[in-house]
Design a protein. Structure first.
Length: 202
């Protein structure tokens, strides 16, 4: 008999609910693992940037990315075999992306913001592609939640860049999509960010 195990995820931006899926296909599980690598990449770059610049726009996102990783792992039969240590990327392609973003983020606060915006663009694009593969209701829910969170992260980076009179050119998403994300109000329909709204949180 099909069984679902309820997973209550207390996320830094609020409380999210997900279900552990009993039977994702191999292709779906592989996509979940890709998204976990993306969350690790984001977390590690935000850790670097926060150490260098000590700004809440990075600090608030470190734990959020870890929580997103945990939500994704909850969709798998067992946690993905992905290292959690900072800077540990065992696959060459991921390590190359990490080193490129690390160099960019270490250049200046502005470049770190641009690196963060690029990461979130990539996350949104990847999650939307992955969402199209999902048929399980729990996985669909988690992917939608993470897309919303990445949109909020991207908005916060764009807001910081705007405050510095820096115009950001989208690298991954269509310009009209970036504009729609940037013009969003609050913290998404669910208002999950609470007191972190407008402070670089979520």
């Amino acid at each position: 008999m099909t069984k679902y195990v309820m997973l209550l995820g207390l996320i830094a931006c609020g409380t999210l609910f997900a279900q552990v899926s009993p039977a994702l296909t191999r292709a779906q599980q592989e996509n979940v693992a890709i998204q976990i690598w993306e969350e690790k990449l984001a977390r590690d770059i935000y850790m670097l940037a926060n150490t260098r610049y000590a700004h809440p726009v990075f600090e608030h996102k470190i734990r959020a990315e870890e929580n997103h990783r945990d939500l994704l792992n909850g969709l798998l039969p067992s946690p993905a075999d992905i290292p959690t240590a900072y800077g540990a990327f065992t696959e060459a392609s991921w390590n190359s992306r990490f080193l490129e973003l690390k160099e960019q983020a270490g250049g200046s606060f502005t470049e770190a913001l641009k690196a963060g915006a690029l990461i979130e663009e990539q996350d949104i694009a990847g999650l939307e592609q992955g969402l199209a593969l999902m048929t399980d209701s729990a996985a669909i829910h988690v992917y939608k939640v993470l897309i919303e969170a990445s949109e909020q992260h991207l908005r916060s980076f764009l807001k910081q860049l705007e405050m510095q009179d820096v115009e950001y050119t989208p690298q991954v998403l269509p310009a009209e999509r970036l504009t729609s994300i940037q013009s969003g109000t609050g913290c998404g329909a669910g208002k999950r960010c609470g007191n972190n709204c407008g402070k670089g949180g979520c």
